[in-house]
Design a protein around this ligand. Sequence first.
Ligand SMILES: [Zn+2]
Length: 254
Amino acid sequence: MPSEETTAAIVLRASNYGEADRIVTLLTRDRGKLAGIARGIRKSRGRFERRLEPFAHVWLSFRWRRHGELVFITRAEAGNLAAFELGADLRKFALGAYMLELSEALTREGAQSIGAYELLAQALDTLCRSDCPNALKQVFELKMLRWAGYGIDFSRCRGCGCDIGRDDARVAFAINEGGLLCERCRRGRVWGMVLLERPSVLQLQRLDALSLEASGTEPPATPEASTSLNRFISFVLERNLRSLEFLQRTIPNI
Ligand SMILES: [Zn+2]
């Protein structure tokens, strides 16, 4: 029988299966993204100290199967891990659900993802302790994108390399290039652009350098800055995240 492993993990998604089982997708600290089945979890709680539902932060014990993609989840314990208590605030729940879905979309099974796990854990912790709305969504997006290899340079033009900060003119975020274009380089281009006024450029530069913790007191992103990142993420993922629509209904202009 394969040996059991234990790792810290955050539940991204869970659904009931059959009469007593649960199928769970988690972002683990040591084993990347994992999908597993917890047999009998809905009838016997003994081995599952923390319920396996979205946002649960657990020490996950599991065994690999010889074939198939689901691991066997054998235990889920709280240990010393912080619980993410979102309370009854629907705005926090909506933003948290979006963070879980973005994390799932940007990570892969079988790939190292300790950085993504740590970012998500820190972002959920900040979310629990901060007042919505603020710039946490955008700071989290920028850090997760950078972790996944889609870092954006907000200080230089993608076209000619000029210093964006010195120019007062309108620049554009080029969605399918993942960067800014100066006034000269964007001329004549219409599609795939979000025009940015100077305050939005300065805010994006600031948000890109901000810690997750500090984002809890940062004012919400401007509509232009927010739209740029939403459209860039849809471009990278080649789809819209389902939780984004719910989030935007719950917190307009986020
Ligand atoms: Zn340029």
